[in-house]
Design a protein around this ligand. Sequence first.
Ligand SMILES: Cc1cc2nc3c(=O)[nH]c(=O)nc-3n(C[C@H](O)[C@H](O)[C@H](O)COP(=O)(O)O)c2cc1C
Ligand SMILES: C=C(O[C@@H]1CC(C(=O)O)=C[C@@H](OP(=O)(O)O)[C@H]1O)C(=O)O
Length: 391
Amino acid sequence: MLRYLTSGESHGPALVAIIEGLPANLQLKEEAINHQLWRRQQGHGRGYRMKIETDQIEFLSGVRFAKTMGSPVALAVYNKDHKNWLTRMAPTGDAPEDLVRVTKPRPGHADLPGALKYEFDDMRNSLERASARNTTTLVAVGAVARQLLDVFSISLCAHIVQIGPVKVNPDKIAALSFEELSARAESSSVRCADPDAEAKMIRVIDQAKEDGNTVGGVFEIIATGVPVGLGSYAMPDRRLDARLAGAMMGIQAIKGVEIGLGFEAATLPGSLVHDALFHDPKRGVYRQTNGAGGIEGGISNGEPIVIRAAMKPIPTLYKPLPSFDLETKEAYLAAIERSDACAAPAAAVIGENVAAYVLAEAFCEKFGGDSIEEMKRNVMSYQARVAERLR
Ligand SMILES: Cc1cc2nc3c(=O)[nH]c(=O)nc-3n(C[C@H](O)[C@H](O)[C@H](O)COP(=O)(O)O)c2cc1C
Ligand SMILES: C=C(O[C@@H]1CC(C(=O)O)=C[C@@H](OP(=O)(O)O)[C@H]1O)C(=O)O
């Protein structure tokens, strides 16, 4: 069983993660993990914090000569910004007398519900962990997981399909191969593979910034090479679609998830939603469409997995919304923290790595194995049986 835990505050000393259940002898390349962390830091609309940080992992345990040992893998990412918060975010000692507390909650952030739930009089205690800063370790964990997926030729890419009201032209996207889509998204400052929409998206983000406002967006993740059989209908919490959707909703500011046709499926007749099955002596069994987004009955069906997630606009507004002071109950404008204007391109990278983790977890369940060699043998015999049945 693959599992992980993360810990760390936005302006604390470090972010850490422990991953347990990886097979032994899996090659883990530090630079591949750092590359995913770099991707997460990109995107038009990100704020000043991204100029301060250059996220890099340090392996602490569980890896020897760049290979897993079957023991828990621990890693850390140090916050460069912590040096500017030494007194305000000191893990030990007393709070300084002149500490400025956060008492004017930002609508849409965790400030108020967090302070009420945990009985804080300084909302910094809520926002520090609620902050999407800790998606750094989510991505690091996903980047470790995708090195397992790499061994079995499972690839993922994420691209932006909407920023604010601007949407990509779906026909243009459908005309691209997985490789073309991935390459175009990678070279776009908003991760958008449709150049016309990209230009408009950049303008929408700049306008929001100029207005002291923020914008959200929608990203799509595609995973190819996923074998048939991950997940199960046996119990709701084993369904691959439920697990992917839950994982996406686990990312800060994600408010909606679709698999395959998603909400559109509710508007179309069954004949246009479900993917007909054909057989050809050369190709075996095949489909011509993928409305199911690669999952039927909570089980991967061998087609590319397609997930879309909607991100709300960032809650911190430089032109803040009305709020109040939790101590005095007087009306005030919400607190302003240094902030991003749009982080949907970054959220796309986070989603991609989080999806990689979920797929790796389901993969480990299906194929087991204490070593990567044992897992390869299990995969080979299973794949041979599946191919035989579809021939
Ligand atoms: C990559 C990323 C960057 C974010 N940056 C900010 C930010 O700079 N300022 C902010 O107020 N919220 C930001 N958010 C959103 C908040 O973290 C999120 O809205 C908050 O934790 C409340 O959680 P909820 O939106 O899921 O209810 C960001 C989210 C993501 C995924
Ligand atoms: C630090 C990151 O994102 C942060 C997420 C975030 C929030 O409230 O979620 C607030 C901002 O942090 P700061 O107040 O330090 O500028 C973002 O920059 C990051 O993604 O690495």
